[in-house]
Design a protein around this ligand. Sequence first.
Ligand code: F6R
Length: 618
Amino acid sequence: MCGITGYIGYREAYPIVINGLKRLEYRGYDSAGIMMYDGEEMHLSKTKGKVSDLEIITDRDEKRKRGTIGIGHTRWATHGIPNDINSHPHFSNSGELVVVHNGIIENYDTIKKELVKRGYIFKSDTDTEVLVNLIQEVKKKEGCKLGKAVQLALTQVVGAYAIAVFDKTKPNELVVARLGSPIAIGVGKENKEFFVASDASPFIEYTKDAIYLEDEELAIIKVGKGIKVRKIMDDSMVDTNVQQLKMNLEQIEKGGYDHFMLKEIHEQPKAITDTYRGRILANEGIIKMSSIDDNLPRFLNADRIIIVACGTSWHAGLVGEYLFEDLARIPVEVEYASEFRYRNPIITTKDIVIAISQSGETADTLAAIKLAKSKGAFVYGVCNVVGSSIARETHSGAYTHAGPEIGVASTKAFTTQITVLSLIALKLGREKGVLSKPAFQKYLQTLQLIPKQVEKLLEIDDQVKYIASVYKDATNCLYLGRGFNFPVALEGALKLKEISYIHAEGYPAAEMKHGPIALIDENMPIFVIATNKGHYEKVVSNIQEIKSRAGKIIAIVTEGDTQVKEIADHVIEIPETEEAFTPLLTTIPFQLLSYHIAVMLDKNVDQPRNLAKSVTVE
Ligand code: F6R
């Protein structure tokens, strides 16, 4: 996730901004940049890489560090690969305005085309450079001040943003605004200085007085005068609410959560929304994905799809198998990348290989891609990290836009991967005529309800915590699911193993009779997904079989279920949705459960023993 930090006041800004960027490093980033204003000139330094790489550049020339005004940025690429040019800050064509931006401007392409017609030139591939030039254009056309120009420009923008804008012709002010991405303002004594940042960590030692902008708010910050906040859309003034910060640095970095994993679990409503943002065009009732549109005949004529991945991404791939087969009627095989690469797989030029990877760096997945390419297959990547090795090695692909995942146990990566796969399957299903227009529309509407449903589901935390307290000392657990939810059973078991070190197995519910049933006794907790669609009655029979062998049953059911409630020891309810989307909901209680058990057992939740976030060796 990108990070913003800035300072305007009387102190040397450079150390504040550069240390602020270091404080934001935990958010994950691929490039860094800083603009320093020395009273006459704006000096821009930016680079792909780490803040320490940026410091090498600024150390070469003291001019780059001078001044009492500075804004800095750590970039997590969304539009345009990570490189020096795409790094922020970005100047407007006039060279007067400079912007740092977090988020995604969905309609940047349309705005860019319009600006190009008016003679604007773009150096980078970013949506941010489009935004700063739009602000310049509005300022010129309307003859207004910076604050008004930013406000008017933002009314034309679709997407999400947190921005900080500086205008060298008005050097005692900064303008910041937010929609969907956070921004905090640190208020110095007597309005002599101000700080801006994505969270309060960059300025916590300078001031404890902070204003957190709400969505669709814009603040004009003037040194010596103060802060005025307005609503972007209706121009109404907002009473500024200065809060007293009570959190320490570490708590701020984790957004107030105790662990990154918990923060990331709670980020899922936003992450899922960001995944389909700009891809589901609700008004037109279509899914727009240029990576699919550009290769449509290939997808429509593919003999089969082969999905390659590892770990949690492999589980997402298994959900993908059900999605593609059910919604688009395309045959699918899902392969562990590590096995696939060492077999002698039969691949033809009519196969499409989809490689799924959060990090985009997993060595086995990368090798599987190279093998598939060497055999002539078209390879499509589903990655989270923009510009990663897998994103570069594949012919085409879609990013998940989940934002950086820091906790070693994957959570939001899984649900956003499934979201991307759902979009592709729906799009292909519609293009192939497998899904009628009304059926397709219904799926689209239902998918857009998922973020709110996940939000609601996260409220069951206390119930899951209680269940965790009952079963935390178990030595073996079984996870069962069928159909779309069989992969969720595998994922639930993996999450528990990874962070609590309790042995757990995931199985298709019906397979239980072919072995695992022998393990069942009164000490064995069995987590069963029994949602109302998808073989409900069959799963109920499986539950009866477990019960008659004294196993303890924790069932995930659909709201309003009565049958399973009578048999199970504990029941967790999920909201109603299409069967195809149930994995996006059923996985949430399992994530919370593993988290709470690991915390109760005093394990290192974010960095479990022996595991690495990115497995770059085979
Ligand atoms: C599980 C987990 C791992 C990864 C696997 C693949 O919580 O994080 O199983 O899913 O190492 O990693 P990526 O998706 O980065 O290729």
